[in-house]
Design a protein around this ligand. Structure first.
Ligand code: C5J
Length: 240
């Protein structure tokens, strides 16, 4: 294995992390999903199940940035006129509140509102692209693929929320576009622990039908050791 390909212990087998063509993709770590008073909580979900992913993501992000590797963030949300919100998505669930309604953190899942923002602990750094997506998958109706292609990125280390919805949809989209995806189990979360566990199993089943799964400690340890051996990638700044 080349010195700039790090073997990461993973399921269903070792993931060859290629430092010249990998990126970290953090999905929807937004206040509306993670904070008390946000959309997720208003729907009756226990946000602590998602909040336990914050610290692992923070540590991963620190190691990833220290190695000079590219980071991209996504946010699920809609235009303030809701023109990109399909009526089916607005109406589904018949809940007391829905996307576009006013809540304690502004209009729910609307771009520019406080609840739509990424949580402070994982705030994007200057130069890290933020992909605003109207759907569950990060490739649908966004410029994500153009950004990845222009940077020569072929591998995605994927984290965020929720495991079985936006993380899974994005991994499936990426898989069909030829990207290799490694999902970090402790950095992804769901309001439904059983869905989280099963979604991860679906990724690694059948010899890794959608990709690989590993704990973040395996990636952090590999990056730390590589930096200790003198590696830091010359930072490529990506316009957001
Ligand atoms: C959901 C997401 N669960 N980011 N969005 O509606 O997974």
């Amino acid at each position: 294995m080349s010195p700039d390909v790090l073997p990461i212990a993973a399921e269903p087998y070792e993931f060859p992390l290629a430092l010249d063509r990998c990126a970290l993709l953090i999905i929807d770590m937004q206040r509306d999903f993670l904070e008390p008073g946000g959309f997720g909580a208003m729907l009756g979900n226990d946000v602590s199940l998602l909040r336990r992913t914050i610290e692992p993501n923070r540590q991963l992000l620190a190691a990833w940035r220290a190695s000079g590797l590219p980071v991209l963030h996504t946010r699920e949300g809609h235009r303030s006129d809701l023109a990109d919100l399909p009526p089916s998505k607005k109406e589904r669930g018949h809940g007391a509140v829905s996307i576009g309604d006013s809540g304690p953190m502004g209009r729910i899942l609307v771009r520019g509102e406080p609840g739509h923002d990424i949580i402070g602990e994982l705030a994007p750094a200057p130069g890290e692209p933020v992909i605003d997506k109207p759907g569950k998958g990060a490739f649908f109706a966004t410029d994500l693929q153009a950004i990845l292609q222009s940077r020569g990125i072929r591998q995605l280390v994927v984290t965020g929320v929720t495991t079985e919805v936006c993380v899974h949809t994005t991994v499936r989209e990426a898989n069909d576009r030829g990207y290799e995806c490694l999902v970090l189990e402790d950095c992804a979360g769901s309001y439904f622990p059983e869905f989280h566990a099963m979604a991860l199993k679906m990724i690694t089943a059948q010899g890794g039908i959608f990709g690989w799964v590993a704990p973040s400690a395996n990636v952090i340890a590999a990056l730390d050791a590589h930096r200790d051996a003198g590696f830091v990638k010359t930072k490529v700044t990506m316009a957001s």
